[in-house]
Design a protein around this ligand. Structure first.
Ligand SMILES: Nc1ncnc2c1ncn2[C@@H]1O[C@H](COP(=O)(O)OP(=O)(O)OP(=O)(O)O)[C@@H](O)[C@H]1O
Ligand SMILES: [Mg+2]
Length: 467
């Protein structure tokens, strides 16, 4: 049993002392007060965790004490005690914020359970508050959370890089916060008042990417019916974030190199040489060194980009960050959806601490969001977590067909298996198709094609709806 500082309030001396004795035997520290007024004075002077109060007392009643405490120290749990037959008082007290009630004569087993639950909950709420405060202190300015050693080291390097115009290369697995870090670099930089322009280089085919970045003039290609400035001039005075930089073609690599070297560029179809004052941040999940060694990625461009290298560690390598992130997302989604969840039980937290998080912070965030929406109590228990976390792992082979089931229809079975794996992967990556495609080693368009096909075959299959 976790010991706490408990205040027993009752005008009947014998009852009060007996109760105090029992609680002391259980290892708690106990204070006694004979009425509400005296109790209130103690609450002001001592770090009381829990109040056990009688309802009917001369002077300040139990309910009045409860109300005053809610104003003064809302973190103190209050349990009211009521004589048999006066249950209405207890109901009123519960409505005003009492955590629980006990009927007299008090059953010791019940007392033990109720007291322990109250102290556990108080501890969880306190931990939650401490975490939230620490997170506000340590990450002032940065929207990226993480008190772990590796994240602190990274964030302090990032803060130094932010002060300069140096090109930054951000790397890390999917969902580790690369885009968030890029935004933070901008927000902490002297360019914070300027624009932040993000371009996903993997989303556009080669020809379009060049014009997206540098713009084009009227008639440069079919469909270019007017001049269009690119994202580079849009980012002037601010930061240009090039995401998925490992996915750009050789031709665009050359243009980008020139821009990084000279800050000069030329719109597609023009021969004007333009300049833009832009700070560049790039990100990729790819192994650029390997791509350089295979000559898929230009070495000179790699060195140009790699002035400051920030590597975001996967969440499973910095598990100390999990409680802080959980507190943050819990708070955010409970507010957004106006749900009661305020803390995770120790077991539920243990579940989160040991999960693998292949989808990193994005997966964690998604799990907390789902859980907060569904949970009906202040404390989230293991049972409230999605089954993927609570060890209800489906056996790997359970769904695999055996030779006798195949019956001349192997391709259909293979497709079933493929569909199952793809949908699972999408779920892990919270519906993010590019991350899922990457994880599976297939192209995003290939993935989309398959989803589209299955959707046509099974229009009711809600899981297939694209995000
Ligand atoms: N350290 C962090 N603190 C708070 N939120 C975070 C942190 N890291 C990531 N997130 C959140 O997780 C989600 C994924 O982050 P982000 O989009 O930056 O990842 P990414 O590395 O760019 O992923 P991908 O490679 O799939 O594009 C976002 O909602 C982001 O706000
Ligand atoms: Mg990203």
């Amino acid at each position: 049993m976790i010991p706490g500082l408990i205040l027993v309030v009752d005008d009947q001396k014998r009852q009060r002392e007996t109760l105090a004795q029992v609680l002391e035997q259980w290892g708690h520290e106990v204070r006694q007060a004979e009425d509400g007024q005296a109790a209130l004075a103690m609450v002001k002077g001592e770090p009381v965790d829990l109040i056990l109060t009688d309802l009917r007392m001369p002077g300040l009643s139990g309910v009045e004490l409860l109300e005053k405490c809610r104003e003064l120290r809302p973190d103190i749990a209050v349990i009211v005690m009521t004589a048999f037959g006066t249950i209405e008082g207890a109901v009123e007290a519960m409505r005003k914020g009492a955590l629980d009630f006990l009927t007299k004569p008090i059953d010791l087993d019940q007392l033990e359970v109720v007291v322990q639950r109250a102290l556990d909950m108080g501890r969880l709420l306190k931990e939650n508050r401490t975490l939230r405060r620490r997170l506000e202190e340590t990450t002032a300015g940065f929207r990226l959370l993480g008190g772990s050693e590796s994240m602190r080291a990274l964030l302090s390097r990032a803060a130094r890089a932010a002060e300069t115009d140096a090109t930054v290369l951000i790397r890390g697995e999917s969902g580790t916060g690369k885009e968030l870090l890029a935004r933070s670099l901008h927000d902490l930089s002297p360019r914070a008042e300027g624009p932040f322009v993000a371009v996903n280089c993997a989303a556009l085919p080669e020809t379009l990417l060049e014009s997206e970045l540098f713009g084009h003039v009227k008639g440069a290609f079919t469909g270019a019916d007017r001049n269009r400035p690119g994202r580079v001039p849009q980012a002037a005075g601010g930061t240009l974030f090039l995401d998925e930089i490992g996915d750009i073609s050789g031709a665009v690599q050359v243009k980008l190199l020139r821009f990084l070297q000279e800050r000069e560029y030329t719109p597609v179809g023009s021969d004007a040489v333009l300049m833009a004052d832009v700070r560049v941040v790039v990100a990729t999940h790819r192994d650029l060194e390997l791509m350089v060694s295979k000559e898929i990625f230009r070495e000179d461009l790699f060195y140009r980009m790699n002035v400051v290298n920030l590597q975001l560690p996967p969440l499973r390598d910095r598990r100390d960050d999990i409680p802080e992130l959980v507190a943050h997302f819990l708070d955010r989604y409970a507010k957004r959806y106006q749900r009661p969840a305020r803390a995770f039980s120790a077991e539920a937290m243990a579940c989160l601490m040991t999960h693998d998080f292949r989808g990193n912070v994005r997966e964690l965030e998604n799990i907390i969001e789902q859980t907060v929406v569904m949970a009906t109590n202040r404390i989230v228990h293991t049972a409230d977590l999605p089954s993927s976390l609570t060890g209800e792992q489906k056996s790997d082979t359970g769904d695999l067909p055996t030779y006798d089931m195949v019956q001349g229809d192997l391709s259909r079975w293979l497709e079933t298996l493929e569909k199952k794996i793809i949908l699972e992967t999408l779920a892990v990556f919270s519906g993010n198709q590019s991350s899922a495609a990457r994880h599976l080693g297939m192209t995003e368009s290939g993935l989309r094609y398959k989803l589209g096909k299955w959707k046509d075959e099974d229009p009711a299959g809600s899981q297939l709806s694209a995000k």
